[in-house]
Write a protein that binds this ligand. Structure first.
Ligand code: DQQ
Length: 707
């Protein structure tokens, strides 16, 4: 019989030794083989999700550490000097926190609710998304973009020793794009702070930046930086000159008294000239240097200017203004019909002063037109909260634009709670006042008017002596107001001479009644007028029979909270014969910027209402004079929110504010540790909760798919 053909060698594989035997066994399907891929898949996902969960936890802890870091900036430092010196002064710059007797008296802080704190954030003023900001730095116009750099603490809502340059750009001063930090504290010569500086645009269009660095030994030096890629209109990346610093404090100058270089201007010899603020004992001075390449400098003999008793000059600004033209001038512009302005920010009182004078290029000196109103003792840009300002020439619209820092005047504790501090004032166009010949006029840049909507006009409203008149405008939290007041000429003429002329800050504010004042507007007022910020005029006659018109802003009733500034601010405002009294007021939540007589006298108010917020913020006319009725014509526009401002109301800020509103945190005046612990716990719990939910959801989804 023929053997069946062997399959042994026909098979495409090597038969297992026991295959035949196996074939003889009844077939038992491998029990788990079919489900193995699913199991692996599940295991893999569980591992993945656990990893995801762990990363979430690490992230939460890192947030806690970061938050702790920001709080610790508010603690007294370890060494004795820092314990006695307030923030900023210890590092060699002016006081950076608002100080009010209540802090010293350790009064309990007001129970700020998230709603109140949230209201404070502005809608058309420049603010970073979060954290601390101070001086505007190096503003310039480059390839179609307005650039604003600013002093910024990336780690928290208080000034710190790691101040960097924040950076944002805009095409119209309204919509801002926040860019990465331009310069960090990454070199020995600026490791304690990349401080204030200015931009210079060279004739070929190149930009150079000079700034003050606080070195590893807290010496103030000047450094050079330039754009890494000049073809980038956004100027995102900056290079620090490898041989920095380019300037050390010269002999005789304190190593902490040498800061804030200006924009350079050209001399007739083709050199560049800059000035840097300093002091000799109590005399504020401005040193002058010449350079051809911004790397090597020659200190010139003498000073640009000095004024006794004014102390350290910060953020000096020096620029020409046309006495007969309507355009702003480039910083290097020199011709007949030009006056030069010296602006100084006084470290001692933290106010910005300016003065007109004549610049003598040969000697590099400047002489004031009127020594009685010299720099630091005469005129101020703003009689409210406005400091460390800086101008730049905008070739785009042929104007000189002024930026100024509006600091907080509440407690540091509140700033930490809301997660941010400080705002920049609306940029202002500045021009010489041809009518008075004595002052600048400052006016919000025209772009701001694009935000106007819903105009309401109130024509010739009569306000009787001692009365208030509501203006129905809906919510009065975001407004552009223009008002004109007419006063009975006969009453003005019949005013008696007074030995002591009314003075805003020395008065009882809007409650101080005279024959012809105060009268004006009540801003951010609630329905019961418990909270309101009067912005007003007050006319009186001095001993010589001359009329004095005062323009004031009274913060004393701006908030029921005790832990905020309640000052009364203002000064005289020039009113020429035949002129009506006029005021423009920009209201933007906690900022009220007021411009009297076309911008001759300005007052920026920083106010913190608790009742007059949102829909409860109202607008009134008032006349608290005893001697006359007043007629007022008012035009009120609602202001829409600029896009960038809307974007900055972040979810994180809101969460942090809710966290901070726990009653336990409100009971003690300074609750740093409790706050820290509670917030740490809440952050971790929230993160754990979110991750557990995610895990559960994904697991359920997977189970559903696989079964
Ligand atoms: N702010 C900077 C200094 C400047 C001071 C430090 C003015 O360069 O003198 O943040 O506020």
């Amino acid at each position: 019989m023929e053997e069946p053909p062997s399959t042994r060698f026909d098979l495409p594989y090597t038969r297992l030794l026991d295959e035949e035997a196996a074939h003889e066994q009844p077939f038992v399907p491998p029990p788990v083989l079919e489900q193995r891929p699913r199991q692996h898949f599940l295991k893999f996902f569980i591992v993945l999700l656990t990893a995801f969960f762990c990363v979430g936890l690490i992230f939460a802890f890192s947030k806690v550490v970061e938050f702790r870091g920001s709080l610790s900036l508010g603690k007294p430092r370890d060494d004795n000097v820092d314990e006695v010196l307030p923030r900023g002064v210890a590092e060699g710059v002016s006081l950076k926190t608002f100080r009010w007797p209540v802090w010293e008296m350790k009064l309990p802080s007001f129970p700020w609710s998230p709603k109140m704190l949230s209201f404070e954030r502005t809608s058309f003023h420049f603010q970073p998304k979060k954290n601390w900001m101070n001086d505007p730095n190096g503003p310039l116009f480059y390839k179609g973009w307005y650039h604003l750099f600013y002093q910024y603490n990336p780690d928290g809502a208080v000034w710190g020793n790691k101040i960097v340059w924040g950076h944002a750009v805009s095409k119209d001063f309204l919509k801002w794009h926040h860019l990465p930090v331009a310069m960090y504290t990454d070199k020995w010569y600026d490791v304690n702070g990349v401080w204030t500086g200015s931009a210079t645009t060279l004739p070929n269009g190149d930009v150079i930046m000079l700034y003050t660095g606080s070195t590893n030994e807290s010496v103030q030096v000047q450094n050079l930086a330039y754009p890494a890629d000049p073809s980038d209109p956004l100027l995102v990346d900056w290079v620090k000159y490898p041989n920095n610093p380019v300037l050390f404090p010269p002999p005789g100058i304190g190593y902490k008294d040498f800061r804030d270089p200006t924009t350079a201007w050209l001399t007739s010899e083709g050199k560049w000239r800059i000035t840097i603020g300093s002091k000799h004992n109590k005399t504020g001075i401005s040193l002058v240097y010449d350079t051809v390449d911004f790397k090597n400098y020659k200190l010139l003999k003498g000073v640009l200017h000095e004024v006794k008793g004014t102390g350290m000059w910060e953020c000096v600004d020096f620029f020409p203004v046309s006495v007969d033209g309507t355009d702003g001038l480039d910083t290097s512009y020199m011709a007949k019909g030009v006056k030069h302005v010296v602006k100084v920010s006084l470290d001692d009182d933290r106010c910005d002063y300016y003065s007109f004078g004549t610049y003598e290029p040969r000697t590099a000196t400047w002489t004031p037109d009127n020594p009685n109103v010299d720099a630091g003792i005469g005129l101020r840009y703003d009689y409210g909260i406005f400091y460390a300002s800086k101008t730049f020439y905008d070739p785009n619209k042929k104007r000189r634009v002024l930026w100024g820092w509006i600091k907080e005047t509440d407690s540091e504790n509140s700033d930490v709670k809301k997660g941010w501090a400080s705002v920049q004032a609306v940029p202002r166009t500045i021009l010489f006042d041809k009518k008075t010949g004595n002052n600048l006029i400052q006016w919000p840049v025209e772009e701001v008017e694009e935000l106007r909507s819903n105009k309401k006009v109130f024509d010739k409203v009569e306000i009787k002596a001692g009365s208030v008149v509501p203006l129905e405008v809906g919510s009065a939290a975001q407004l552009d107001i223009k008002a004109e007041f007419e006063v009975d000429q006969k009453v003005i003429e019949s005013l008696n001479k007074q030995q002591v002329v009314y003075n805003c800050s020395g008065s009882r504010g809007a409650a101080d009644r005279g024959v012809l004042g105060p009268f004006g507007l009540l801003i951010l007022a609630d329905n019961d007028l418990i909270e309101h910020t009067p912005v007003y005029f007050y006319i009186s006659k001095g001993p010589g029979g001359n009329l004095h018109t005062l323009f004031c802003a009274d913060h004393s009733r701006s908030s029921v909270a005790g832990d905020v500034d309640k000052g009364i601010y203002g000064s005289t405002v020039p009113v020429l014969h035949g002129e009506k009294l006029t005021v423009r007021i920009l209201v933007d939540h906690s900022i009220v910027e007021s411009f009297a007589q076309g911008g001759r006298t300005c007052i920026t108010s920083r106010v913190y209402p608790t009742k007059a917020i949102g829909e409860n913020a109202k607008l009134y006319l008032f006349n608290n004079a005893t001697g006359s009725k007043i007629s007022a014509s008012v035009e009120v526009h609602q202001m829409t929110t600029s896009t960038s401002a809307a974007n900055t109301r972040t979810r994180t800020t809101h969460i942090m504010m809710y966290v901070n509103s726990f009653p336990i945190l409100q009971r003690t005046p300074y609750i740093e540790n409790k706050e820290l612990i509670l917030e740490s716990v809440v952050i971790v719990l929230v993160t754990v909760f979110v991750n557990v939910c995610r895990l559960a959801f994904i697991s359920l989804l997977l189970l559903w798919i696989l079964t």
